[in-house]
Every structure is written in C-alpha cells, then in structure tokens.
Ligand binder design. Structure first.
Ligand SMILES: Nc1ncnc2c1ncn2[C@@H]1O[C@H](COP(=O)(O)OP(=O)(O)OP(=O)(O)O)[C@@H](O)[C@H]1O
Length: 308
C-alpha cells in the first residue's frame, strides 16, 4: 500500500468560521476516492488545500512525501491535475489552443497528435478549432477534464467533474476516469452530489459535513457492505466490536445504541455470543449508499451522533 497523498490534521478558519476541522486522511496510489457531503460541507475547500492553492490555518499536506506548503519539490504541483470550481480558460482561444497553453504552463511537451488524442478522449476532437467562448457548458466541462489529464498527472482532484454534462457525458467521464486510474495507476479524488456515480466509480468513500470527515470507508471495494445496527444499551461495547465499527455511534431513544459498521452481522453476533450476550438481541440492516449518506447527514443535523 503506497500513500501518494496525506492530509495531516488540516484546519481552515476564515474570519471567525472554522471551515475545515482536523481533517486527517491518507490516499493510496491507484484508487478513486468519492468525496460526498451536502452544500457547504467543505469539499471544495479541502480539494483546494490538497491542490496546494489554499494554505490551511494549521496542518500539513504531503504529496509524494513533499510538503506542498513548505519547500515543495520543484514542479510537484505539475504532477497534479484538477478541476476545482469552474475551470478558467481563454475565451478567444480555440479548445486546442487552450490545451497547448496549459501544457506550456506545466512545462510539458506534447505533439499535436497527442493533444488531438486527449481531445478525442473527452469527445472534443471535432470541436477542437472552436473558440472557447462559442462552446456549450458541457463542452467547457469536458475541456476542463482534458486539461486535468493532459499532462499525465499522478493525482487528479476533481470537484464535481460531471457538472453540466448530459447522461452520456457523465458515463464517458466515469469510464475515462476508471481507465486513467486502472491503466496508469492515477489516484483520483472526486467530489460529487451524484451518489449513483460515486457508487459506480469510487473504491473508497469519504463523507463530510460541517467541515469534518464524518465517514470514511472502503464502501464499494469488493462489494463491501455497510450495516446499521440497533443494539440494546445493556450490551457494553466490547473492544473487538469497537475496533471494527466506524467512528459513529448513536445514543438514541431509550434503551438502544445505533451504530454504523462494515463488520458483517454474523461476525458481530459471534463476538456478542463469545462475550455472553444473546446474538438475537441485535437488529441489522444493510445500508445502500443513499441510506448511509442520508442517515449520516440527517443524524448529524440532529446532533444525535457521538464519537464512539
Ligand atoms: N472565501 C471564503 N470566505 C468565507 N467563507 C468561505 C469561503 N469559501 C468557502 N467558504 C465557506 O466554507 C464552507 C465550505 O464551503 P465549500 O465550498 O468548501 O463547501 P462544498 O462542500 O464544496 O459545498 P458545495 O457542495 O456547495 O460545492 C461554506 O460554509 C462556505 O460558505
């Protein structure tokens, strides 16, 4: 397991508001991370911090073991491709020329044919000579993706990359991303409000709310399932259980603990039996990504979660 990127205890405060709170994450080479969260959760801010364009109030970002904010190795940022917020391009240049300019900026030499091939990958080859100002929203977004991948980065930071794309475009972007990751070992962090897209492409899931990471899991990997458990409070949390549950437990109504875990029900029941409890006392529910997301966000809003 090779970590290409690490965010260590990132805090961001703007004026009196804390926008990111103690974000501590590691990202492995060759994986797609889905970044989810409601509007204002802090996803874009986190991506900007990871890109090296938004210095955190405290904390470190290490990309290939180089600190992005303190003496970064030369050209380290040129190994990152990104779409963060609306990509800025030159209106009076063609799509082809915009990519040429970007490649100059990141000091990467490419032949005309190679640039055509990139434009072809994102479905823009036949529009290559159109002025940027004369393209549709979807084409602009595709050009943003072309720019993000053009210089063969090892890390992609993509903030809602399918914004403005039609269903076919969304599918093409997903397939292209999967190909980049699988063929070239690129690591991608992709924020989206489209749960179904994240479900289809991400290996790992990060859910944010209120500037914090509230859930982190290999949700999709190897069909990993996530369960909601309801357990009577008289069953005390055994170390073996605690080690396997995720960071959240609900102290809910009356006599019941609710918690979310990837630990399968059979294994949880075995642990309970080994500790002298009746396994029949717990209720287990499989959560879809939508269930999980809504459960976490809703509970967060109601302040019902406490840290396990
Ligand atoms: N420059 C800024 N000055 C003050 N507050 C800011 C600034 N940029 C972002 N914020 C605030 O930080 C919080 C997080 O914003 P951010 O854009 O990172 O969220 P997000 O999860 O990307 O949201 P969305 O899904 O709507 O894009 C919000 O409350 C936002 O208002």
């Amino acid at each position: 397991m090779v970590n290409i990127l690490k965010a260590e205890h990132i805090n961001v405060s703007l004026k009196d508001k804390q926008i990111l709170k103690d974000i501590d994450l590691s990202f492995e080479k060759g994986k797609i991370y889905g970044l989810l969260g409601p509007n204002g959760a802090g996803k874009t801010t986190l991506l900007k911090v990871l890109l090296g364009i938004f210095p955190p109030t405290s904390g470190e970002v290490l990309f290939n073991e180089s600190n992005l904010y303190k003496n970064p190795k030369k050209d380290v940022r040129n190994s990152i491709g990104s779409i963060i917020e609306f990509p800025g391009f030159y209106d009076n240049l063609t799509l082809y020329e915009n990519i040429v300019l970007h490649l100059k900026y990141v000091q990467k030499k490419m032949s005309k044919q190679e640039i055509y091939s990139i434009l072809n990958t994102v479905g823009l080859y036949e529009h290559r000579d159109k002025l940027f100002s004369q393209t549709s929203l979807g084409m602009k977004q595709r050009l943003g993706i072309a720019r993000a991948i053009a210089h063969n980065p090892s890390l992609l930071l993509l903030d809602e990359p399918t914004n403005g794309l039609d269903p076919q475009g969304i599918k093409e972007v997903r397939e292209m991303l999967l190909k980049e990751v699988r063929d070239k070992g690129v690591t991608a962090i992709v924020s989206s409000h489209l749960l179904s897209e994240i479900n289809l492409m991400a290996d790992e899931l990060i859910i944010m709310n209120g500037g914090e990471v509230i859930f982190e899991s290999q949700f999709m990997k190897n069909d990993q399932e996530v369960f909601l458990y309801k357990m009577p409070k008289h069953i005390s949390f055994h170390k073996d259980i605690e080690e396997q549950i995720t960071n959240y437990r609900v102290t809910s109504n009356g006599d019941t603990h609710e918690f979310i875990a990837t630990l399968p029900p059979d294994q949880l029941r075995d642990i309970l039996k080994q500790n002298g409890y009746s396994a029949e006392e717990i209720e287990a529910y499989t959560l879809s990504l939508e269930d999980l997301y809504l459960k976490l966000i809703t509970k967060e809003k109601k302040n019902e979660f406490i840290s396990a």
